[in-house]
Structure formats: C-alpha cells, structure tokens
Design a protein around this ligand. Sequence first.
Ligand SMILES: Cc1cc2nc3c(=O)[nH]c(=O)nc-3n(C[C@H](O)[C@H](O)[C@H](O)COP(=O)(O)O)c2cc1C
Length: 238
Amino acid sequence: MSSSLPTHKWFIRLNLILISGCVRIADECNIINVYLRYGHHEALVTTVDIQGRVNTAPMGIELLNVEGHNYILVQPYINTETYRNLLNTREAVINVTSDVMLYYYSLFNPSRLGYESSRCVRPPRISGYVDLYVEGLVEEVNIVNDRAYIKLKPLLCVRGCGSNLAFSRANALVIEALTQYTKLPALISLGYLDEVRRRFEVVKYAREVVGRIGNKDLVEVVEVIYHKCLDVVRNLLI
Ligand SMILES: Cc1cc2nc3c(=O)[nH]c(=O)nc-3n(C[C@H](O)[C@H](O)[C@H](O)COP(=O)(O)O)c2cc1C
C-alpha cells in the first residue's frame, strides 16, 4: 500500500512529479533565444551547496543549441564556489539582468540581495530588477585546465519584473570594471604583468567616464572597485 511507503520514497516520488511538470514547461524556454541573441552574455548564477546555503556569482553565459534543444553554457573556474555547487547539487537559477548593482552586491555585499523561491529547483531566484529567470539542471560537465564547461538544461523560464533601464554606458562600464577586478588575482599569480597593467587601465577609464556620466550610486561603486584594484596592483605597477 502506498501509505506504507517510507517518507523518503514519498519525497522522491513527489520530486519526480514536480520535475516532470517542469520538464514539460521547458518547451516554453525558446524565449532564451531572444535574451541570449548576442553571443556571450553576463548573468548572476544562483546555486546551493549540499547544506542548502545559497551562493550567487556573476558568470558569463552562452546559448547552446543541440539538435534543436536549447541549453545554457556556464564556464566557472574550478576554484569557484559556483563550480563546486553545480557539481555537488546540480541545480541553478540563471538570473538574467543588466542591472550592475545586483552584480556589485553579489561580489561585495551579498546580504543586500533578496531572494524568492524557485519553482523547479532548490536555488532561489533573486528578487528585484531581473529580466528572466532560468531554472535549470546540470546535464554535462567538461573540464579543460582550470575551467569547467557546464551544459545546463533549462526546466523553467519565467520573466522577472525587468531591469527597467535605458541603455547606460555607465552601467556597462561598471560591469567591465567588475570583470577586470575579478580577473586580476589569476593574472598576477600567472605573472602576466603587462596584462594586469592593461586591465587596470580599463578600470581607470571606467572610473573616469562613470565619474562624468554616472549617478551617485554608480560613482560610489566604481570608486570602491577602483580602490580594490589599486590595493591588488599597487606594489606591482611601480
Ligand atoms: C560580469 C562578470 C562575469 C564573470 N564571468 C565569470 C565566468 O564566466 N566564470 C568564472 O569562473 N568567473 C567569472 N567571473 C568572476 C566570478 O564572478 C568571481 O570569481 C566570483 O568571486 C566567483 O564567486 P563564487 O566563488 O562564489 O562562485 C565573472 C565576474 C564578472 C563581474
């Protein structure tokens, strides 16, 4: 009798029912063709560890079309928490947004990010200015040197309330500065000092332009990023 099933079997059965519902919804994920139409994009990837602790990090993403099915390619370095979580718990929410403040919070002030429950996976969705949530499962992991190439199968794609932002050069330059900041430690440890100098110049350019055309929030953010980069490179660039 089904009522005599141990609790964990009920749990597995319930999960299978829920996930198979989500698999049917995956057909509606063609919308990611539109959001990811320019090749390499940036997003916030939310994952959980085996204890259920939530982690969000900016990651580059790309659309993969394999035999008519859409997948999302995520490429975390293997020293990231995102990689470890994807490997261990195999679920993610891709939060598609162009609002740089969410990227900034994820790196420097994670407690400022708010979350709401997802429908098909354990990692939650980020609340606020998000265009699209893609809830997905890890389908394939390949590792080349220090980087993982992870194929994520979308289960559910849901529009968020939107970034609601006119095109902003300041917003785009802050993303650029954040990206360069996160790349500096690896470049330094590899001894690529010319590359470190070149990327620091990009951060200085971002700071100069955002200082002219950004609002108070973006100016504060770019100042933090610039000074953090300065701390990292100060002794190297004399
Ligand atoms: C816009 C942007 C895109 C990024 N893309 C990647 C990426 O594709 N892969 C990666 O490993 N790190 C990427 N990073 C750097 C990570 O976000 C950063 O190393 C972060 O600290 C990793 O966090 P985690 O250890 O919690 O996963 C990116 C950073 C920014 C700002």
